[in-house]
Each structure stands twice: as structure tokens, then as C-alpha cells.
Design a protein around this ligand. Sequence first.
Ligand code: UDX
Length: 445
Amino acid sequence: MTLRISVIGTGYLGATHAAAMAEFGFEVLGLDIDPEKIATLTAGRVPMYEPGLSELLLKHVAGHEGSTGRLRFTTSAKEAAEFGDVHFVCVNTPQRKGEFAADMSYVDTAIDELAPHLTRPALVVGKSTVPVGSAARLAERLAALAPVGADAELAWNPEFLREGFAVQDTLRPDRIVVGAQSERAERLLREVYAEPIGAGVPFLVTDYATAELVKAAANSFLATKISFINAMAEVCEAAGADVTLLSTALGHDERIGRKFLNSGLGFGGGCLPKDIRAFMARAGELGADQALTFLREVDSINMRRRSRMVELAREQCGGGFLGRRVAVLGAAFKPDSDDIRDSPALNVAAQIQLQGAQVTVYDPKAVENARKMFPSLAYADSALEAAEGAHVVLHLTEWAEFRALDPAELGAVVAERRLLDGRNVLDADAWRAAGWTYRALGRPS
Ligand code: UDX
């Protein structure tokens, strides 16, 4: 009989995972405490912008014409517990307010709500990013709370998906890492992931702690790589060198590689910043804080990019923001996403506005979310509209749409042709040829 799968938490991770599981051929039930989210998903709509996800949902959500009907949603933990053979925990672990550590309350609650209804053997699989040591603790809690006792088993299977590529990363991940304590758990997860495994995706079985650490280490490495090149950008600026050429030259060394060496405004989002902080906090608890002190520096370099961008904008405005109009292109923390959590672009926009400028923001997908968080910023429906009368234009999220902008067309509506490229991807020569002052972080003026 085919496995039945429940997915607890239907955010970026859970909604995508649930749809992918249906795509793999399983019967799937998604669970969330938010009835509005459940209603949206049941209607076949996605509560966020994620390329390809709504198509995948519509293909499988029950009640839609031509759908496989394999995917349903509920708000009842009891129903999910009774339904599933395998339960994936996909809730978020945000940064605790005023602290570096991760807030584990959603994960803990997910286990506490599910476990008391587990009356037959079940495998609960954690996918959330958690501090190392959580799985061991949760495994005990699960067995203690479940009527089936130790037959309610835990495994840890970290998720590495990138927003904007969530569907493809879930259907065909780079690797599948499973922290498992029994052959049964491993066998069940091999069955769940039979399709990607069959397509050659590496399947690695580890202990709990290693599985948890793979995720923390991977995100720390990526954050370090970005901050490394941004530190080089600071040196380039001081030395009159060009960081984009440096990235290209470094990237030809196969040991280094060109990916994640894009210098600019740095990293943001719901993952990298809070994950490296939670990792430092956890290392401290374990007495290994010294091992990760470099991550403090990684974090500082990253945050410094935002202040530097504000400074550059102030310079371009003639030394002060009062009475100046600033156009900000980009609000999402990265392109192909409407996610504004810890967005460097919005952080810069808000700082500039607080210093007295009139800031108008445009983003292809994230304006609605941005407006909720920063209602006092002005918003436009296009790059051209945002740029009207601007004394400086800031390019802060690298949407393809911004690379395709016509410097002459934009030049016709601004007050002054001054452009700051916070992502180092616009064609400097083309903008300069159209009469713009083009400046970027880490490049000669
Ligand atoms: C990240 C990890 O990539 C993913 O594996 C993990 O599961 C979750 O966190 P995500 O947050 O979706 O994914 O974004 P990612 O593509 O990693 O980009 C993170 C940030 O770094 C963005 O703000 C992006 O603009 C920035 N970035 C990325 C750079 O500044 N330079 C680069 O070269 C690459």
C-alpha cells in the first residue's frame, strides 16, 4: 500500500513539500493552525509568490478539475495523526526576540499536538532548521506523549531549499540527509524519496546531531562566502580595485567556485541571518563558542553593507537627505520572491527615509508585503513611476526586470541621473553612456 504522508506547517517549506510529496505519488494531508492559510491552499492558491508552486498545487489539490486529488489540507492535528504513516514537521524556527537563539516553540507545539493522537506506529520527520541536540530531545518527548510509545519514532531530514527555486529544489535536491536511529526509519525515508534517489540524488544517513549540523554548517558556509566577497569589496573600495572582476577571477579557481561570490548589499531573508545567529547561540551553550566567533564577523560585514549603501546614497544626494527624493528598486530580500523578512533593500529604504528623504519603493512582487511592514514608505507600480523626480535611484534587489531597464527612458523621468547599484549586476557602461553617474559597492567610481 502506498504511504500516506502528513505535512505539519504549510509555509514556504511545508506547502512546497506537501505538493512535492503528492507529485511523487503519495496521498498527502497538509496541516496548519492558520485556517485562512488552509482555505487558500484548499482553493489551490499559494499564500506567497513561489514560481511553479501554484501549478503543482492545482495539479494535486483535491476538488479541482483534472487534479489527482492526492493533496488535501486540514487544521485538525487529530486528523493528520490518524491519516499519516509519515509526518513531516515543516514549521518555522524564527529568531527569538532580543536574542540570537532560535524560537523552538512552533516545533515543540507541533510535536505536542500530534503525539497524543498517534495510536499506531508512525515516523515523525523533522525538516525545520533546529539547534543541534533538538532531535534527541524531541524523540524522547514524542515517545513519552504518544499512546504507541517508542513506536512513534523520530528522524531528522533537514531541508535545503532556496526560495524562488523551492519546487525544483524539493523535487530534485542536491542531496538528501537523514538523521535516523533505526533501519525502519531509514527504509521508510528511502521509500518516500524513491523518486529522487532513483534519479541519482545522493542519500546520506547520519546520526541526529550530524543531520542537524549539516544544515547549520551549510548556511554558515554560504553566509561566510558572501561576507568574504563583501569584505573584499570594502578593500577594493579603499584600494580603487573592482570587486566584480575579482569575483570572476577567483571563481575560475575550481576550489573556490564562482557561485555565491556576488558582492553587493549582502544576505537577508528568513534563513541565513537568523540561522548563523542561532548557530552561534547553540555553540555557546555547548561550550564551543570560540569555534564560531568568526560568524559574528560574517554578520557584521553583512550589516555594514547596508550602512555603506545609506552613506553612498547620502553622498549622491549632496551630503544630506532632507528634501531629496530617493527611488528604491527592490523590496524582496532576493529576486523571484515576495519575501521581505530581513530584506537588505527595505532596511536601506527605511533608514534613508528616517533620515529625511522621500523614499519611493518598487518591487515586482513584494510591494504588498512591504507596505504592511513599512506603511510610511511610498510605493509605486513600476520602476519608472518610482524614479519620477528622484535625485538618486538605488538598485537593491536583483530582479531580471531591473537589468532590462532602459537607461534613457529612466533618465527622462528622474531629477538627476544618479544610480547606485547595490547588487553589482547592471551594465555600468550602458548607464554611463546614457549620462548616468553609476556607483556600486566595491567598484571604482
Ligand atoms: C538559503 C540557502 O541557500 C538554502 O539552502 C537554505 O535552505 C535557506 O537559506 P534563501 O534564503 O532562499 O536560501 O536564499 P539564498 O539564495 O541562499 O540567498 C540568500 C541571500 O544572499 C539573499 O539575500 C541573496 O541576495 C544574497 N546573496 C546570495 C548574495 O548577496 N550574494 C550571492 O552571491 C548569493
